[in-house]
Write a protein that binds this ligand. Structure first.
Ligand code: SF4
Length: 319
């Protein structure tokens, strides 16, 4: 769960309960005289065995976790005690990605229970985020011996597990912690990444939207073990998690929602502001203060001529 060195920088039928009850009573001979047939029998069989999306997610994740636990695809399987699977809510809005298990995590087979975990808990508490509401995993599932840097082939071999976890949880925001996780996630979602490792520090605390995915890189908590003086700045960045945990309160009545739902506004505006960092929205601030602002003003404060014309059109007035 740590970086090796300080960071600067359904089967679901879709039927309602009422419909299910109706079909059951029909099949029990209480219905209006329609004969049983093969299709109906099939349907009723499925009633007893249907899987809810929750169960499906759990079973797909359990299957993935079994593969992780048994994995021997790279040299790290020789030196590990445990290959760590992810932990947390499969419905999490935020999925955290650390680098790899630390010594304590490797020994006990749990995520973030060592020194970094204590710091992470403190940062979560300060931000008002409950660990039980997020999903946490590692880029590399096995401990790196003596805290050494990961090798490219180790990341390449192990990272497909992360891709699978993301596709199961489908988080609103991926939160990579530290350089290696951020670099890997940026690469996967084709984000313009800094060339130098030291420049990654400028990405921490900045919400990014790429390939239809929000990414919010943060410093790895282990960086504070080496540099406790970074705590105030790091805590401030983690505080944003509270904002990212909920949509903007103005969203249901905001013109941006209307524009977006009518196809007049790119999704990035909604992702980065309304369902992202709404605290940084100029419209949000003006709404709160009761200051006048036109409907066609974008979240970053710029006036948009196309939206002004749309607002003046019959389309909007009849919307
Ligand atoms: S545009 Fe701003 S005020 Fe409107 S819903 Fe989005 S974040 Fe909130």
């Amino acid at each position: 769960m740590r970086e090796s060195e300080p960071e600067q920088g359904c089967l679901q039928s879709g039927m309602t309960g009422e419909l299910r009850t109706g079909i059951r009573s029909f099949w029990d001979g209480k219905g209006p005289g329609v004969k049983r047939n093969g299709v109906m029998a099939l349907l009723l069989n499925s009633l007893g065995t249907e899987k809810k999306p929750d169960q499906e997610k759990q079973s797909v994740m359990a299957s993935l976790n079994r593969r992780i636990i048994r994995c021997q695809a790279c040299r790290l399987s020789v030196t590990r005690s445990h290959a760590l699977t992810g932990e947390g809510s499969l419905h999490a809005r935020m999925l955290f990605v650390a680098l790899s298990p630390g010594a304590k995590e490797d020994t006990e087979g749990r995520m973030f229970i060592g020194p970094s975990g204590k710091i992470l808990n403190a940062l979560f508490n300060a931000a008002g985020v409950a660990r039980s509401t997020v999903y946490m995993t590692n880029l590399i599932k096995c401990m790196l011996p003596k805290n050494r840097r990961p090798k490219m082939d180790e990341i390449g071999t192990c990272s497909p597990f992360l891709t699978e976890e993301i596709s199961i949880v489908r988080p609103g925001v991926i939160v990579p912690l530290g350089y290696y996780a951020t670099r890997a996630v940026f690469h996967q979602y084709e984000v313009d990444a800094p060339a130098a490792r030291t420049d990654y520090a400028s990405c921490y605390g900045q919400l990014v939207f790429s390939k239809n995915q929000k990414i919010f890189p943060l410093p790895h908590p282990s960086s504070l073990i080496y540099r406790p003086d970074y705590m105030p700045a790091t805590r401030k960045k983690y505080q944003k998690l509270r904002v990212l945990s909920a949509d903007c309160k103005w969203y249901p009545v905001c013109p941006m929602k209307y524009y977006y739902e009518n196809g007049w506004l790119e999704k990035k505006w909604i992702a980065l502001y309304c369902q992202g960092d709404w605290e940084n929205c100029v419209r949000y601030e003006m709404e709160d203060k009761g200051d006048y602002h036109p409907d066609w003003m974008l979240p970053d404060g710029r006036l948009n001529e196309y939206l002004r014309k749309r607002s003046a059109s019959k389309d909007l007035s009849t919307g």
